[in-house]
Ligand binder design. Sequence first.
Ligand code: PBE
Length: 265
Amino acid sequence: NESSGNDGSGLNEITGIDGGAGVMSAAQNAIDTYGLDLALQASSGAAMTEALGNAIDNEEPIVVTGWTPHWMFTTYDLKYLDDPENVFGEEESIHTFTRDGLAEDAPEANTVLDNFYWSEDDMGEVMLDIQEGTDPEEAAAKWVESHQDQVDEWTDGVSEVDGDSISLAYVSWDSEIASTNVVKNVLESIGYNVEINSMESAFMWAGIANGEQDAMVAGWLPLTHQEYFEDYEDQVVDLGVNFEGAKTGLVVPEYMDIDSIEDLK
Ligand code: PBE
């Protein structure tokens, strides 16, 4: 019967995302640390959520590399598996980074990037809208329009520019699609010509470090992007936290009869 594997016994893989994601290194660590007989399957954020949706439709067992903020916790009944060995770390923050020199070259953008800060509800609103089919640019515009007071604080005292170019690097994770599009919209509202460039995690970090990209709002610290951060620490500018209370881990549907990563052994 279909649900017989919901104690985890029938599982042979962890459904992962893109290989460069920090949560993938952490998942591999979990496999090693807990001695799990599971293969870590790389794919993409979109393929992972599709597999999750399909499994839930059939009440089948599945374990995915998950993170918060993410719309999947709004759409589905899910739980993080306990992580007694603390492989996935504690709550994290998302930081904004720029290339060296952006503050001098584009002080107006730098101020907005520095001021950018929002909550789980804020990001959740944009993510869910995109998930329900709204184009990311349009979802961002809608959010900005309905949170004008908050956005005004990010642009407070900033003068307009005349079509100066700025590039934002990001990875196509649902959370970062949302944040990057919102920041793009706000920078455009003060006159910037903004290009957003989707790429793999390693290129995002390297692009900021070598100055090919101006900024990103997708640095997960202290753990998820620790290795990237250590590689590039001296070549990037950390503008600080734009989101608090982020988290990563192994996630399963609520109907599964397991509560801990140890139960996957
Ligand atoms: N994530 C979402 C990323 C950071 C943002 C958790 C998938 C990662 O694992 O690198």
